[in-house]
Design a protein around this ligand. Structure first.
Ligand SMILES: Cc1cc2nc3c(=O)[nH]c(=O)nc-3n(C[C@H](O)[C@H](O)[C@H](O)COP(=O)(O)OP(=O)(O)OC[C@H]3O[C@@H](n4cnc5c(N)ncnc54)[C@H](O)[C@@H]3O)c2cc1C
Length: 154
């Protein structure tokens, strides 16, 4: 087995065909990583969440890193790492139409809201909607994949 770099187009294909990422954020030099569902549109990954640690941390520091992979065995995988910026899509204001776009892309997936909407302890009921939509605007992307031939050999 060999490992080779992926082109930007190949990276994009992996991100476009997937819907689950590991999202890493960082606050006060402490990293935090959780799995999250996303939908891709252009250079934006759209996500849904309830309030909690990752949202608090990304509001404090919008720089994030995500890892997305296709894994069909120890010798057959593709992995993409991307860096980007957290950008919240509030329910009112200039980004409302983008929030609707995010919702309409995410809701195409069965039970899309459940993993982000459920918490181990009951949430406080409040008058304001607690539903948070956000975008990760992609800055950089790199990918590596397994190969049966060594990189550079024909
Ligand atoms: C397949 C899958 C898809 C998911 N999709 C989404 C999604 O689209 N949107 C979304 O918001 N969430 C999603 N989740 C849940 C997500 O991984 C977090 O558990 C959840 O969002 C709560 O994160 P938080 O930072 O708000 O945690 P909080 O509720 O604020 O809790 C923080 C504390 O709980 C611990 N914790 C939180 N999440 C996890 C976890 N997953 N594993 C272990 N410990 C944890 C942390 O270490 C921390 O101590 C998904 C999970 C899975 C497995």
């Amino acid at each position: 087995m060999f490992v080779k770099e992926m082109s930007r187009q190949e990276c994009y294909e992996v991100v476009a065909s997937g819907d689950l990422a590991r999202l890493a954020c960082c606050k006060n030099d402490q990293p935090y990583i959780v799995p999250i569902t996303y939908a891709l549109a252009g250079t934006h990954l759209y996500c849904f969440s309830m309030p909690g640690q990752k949202i608090d941390w990304m509001r404090a520091n919008p720089k994030v890193c995500l890892q997305i992979d296709e894994f069909s065995g120890k010798c057959k995988w593709r992995s993409v790492v991307l860096t980007g910026q957290f950008r919240e899509l509030p329910p009112a204001g200039g980004r409302y139409s983008e929030r609707l776009d995010a919702w309409s892309l995410l809701e195409k997936r069965v039970n899309w809201w459940e993993p982000g909407g459920l918490k181990p302890v009951p949430q406080q009921i409040s008058g304001a909607s607690a539903h948070i939509y956000f975008s990760v605007d992609i800055d950089e992307m790199s990918g590596r994949q397994t190969s049966e031939v060594e990189a550079g050999s024909s």
